[in-house]
Design a protein around this ligand. Structure first.
Ligand code: MF3
Ligand code: CO
Ligand code: CO
Length: 263
């Protein structure tokens, strides 16, 4: 496995890519409301990324993906396709996943959950899934092993009665959208894949957590991944840089409280 170490110049470009991805989610947040279609949200993001940021939405045409963002509602685990006919309704939970490729050619990848109206079960799932992400981010530093991050996620999810999706993982990121290493969110590493982190690595952590079974299937559109048992699924994602002292969250949003990382 060849895990790239970014040069200082590349790190600057990754910081910019991360800031841009975060800014898309910040821009979009006030528009995420009952009655809006996911197709409309896709167009808002597309136009913002192209016209305001001067960048490219990396999902568009990626292995044939038809839209610029992923919108994954309720039982959809990931890679949901925006659709003008799909309107948000009260009680829905939705992940929006944004990947920007800057004019410099570097990627920022981040996703977050939105709760539409009220859903006690949905809110709890979203909160625990974000805690899974945060607990794993807190462990990132040179020398830490990927399996330690995975175990932190799996333990917290299972302690809350949930399961961790195995069919999709996080990934290295840089000039490539998906680079080495694969970042599992459950304890399933082959020994040679369980690498030790080093300063200058960039990767995502993006746990998908289900209320029911971890099993997924892909719908006939070839993209939309859903829980087999139709239970709710949530996901949060950040792009990270390993630093000498720990971690930098390249896709941090203004509203986020990342003070748990201060040490
Ligand atoms: N952004 C997703 C990830 O976190 C990948 C989306 S690929 C797409 O890796 F083609 F579905 F957009
Ligand atoms: Co990703
Ligand atoms: Co993503």
């Amino acid at each position: 496995m060849n895990v790239p170490i970014k040069t200082p110049d590349e790190i600057d470009k990754m910081r910019e890519a991360g800031r841009q991805a975060a800014s898309v989610l910040e821009m979009l947040t006030p528009h995420v409301q009952a009655g809006v279609s996911t197709g409309k949200l896709d167009r808002l993001c597309h136009d913002y990324i192209v016209n305001e940021l001067g960048s490219t939405p990396a999902p568009l045409d990626y292995h044939g993906f038809p839209k610029s963002i992923c919108t994954s509602i309720n039982r959809v685990v990931c890679h949901g396709i925006p659709d003008d006919a799909k309107q948000l309704k009260n009680g829905d939970i939705m992940n929006i996943d944004i990947t920007v490729r800057t004019a410099d050619g570097y990627h920022g990848d981040s996703s977050m959950m939105f709760v539409i109206g009220e859903t006690i079960q949905g809110e709890r799932l979203c909160r625990v899934t974000q805690e899974c992400l945060y607990r794993s981010i807190a462990l990132v530093k040179p020398g830490a092993r990927l399996s330690e991050l995975a175990r932190a996620i799996q333990q917290h999810a299972e302690a809350n009665g949930y399961s961790v999706v195995r069919d999709f993982c996080g990934h290295g990121i840089g000039a490539g959208f998906h680079e080495d290493p694969q970042v599992l969110h459950y304890d399933g590493y082959a020994p040679e894949a369980d690498i030790a982190l080093a300063a200058g690595m960039c990767f995502t952590i993006e746990p998908m957590i289900n209320v029911g079974s971890h099993k997924t299937k892909v719908l006939r559109d070839g993209w939309t991944a859903v829980t087999r048992d139709k239970s709710l699924s949530a996901q949060w994602e950040h792009t990270l840089l390993v630093t000498e002292s720990g971690v930098e969250v390249l896709t941090a949003r203004g509203e986020e409280d990342l003070s748990f990382l201060e040490r």
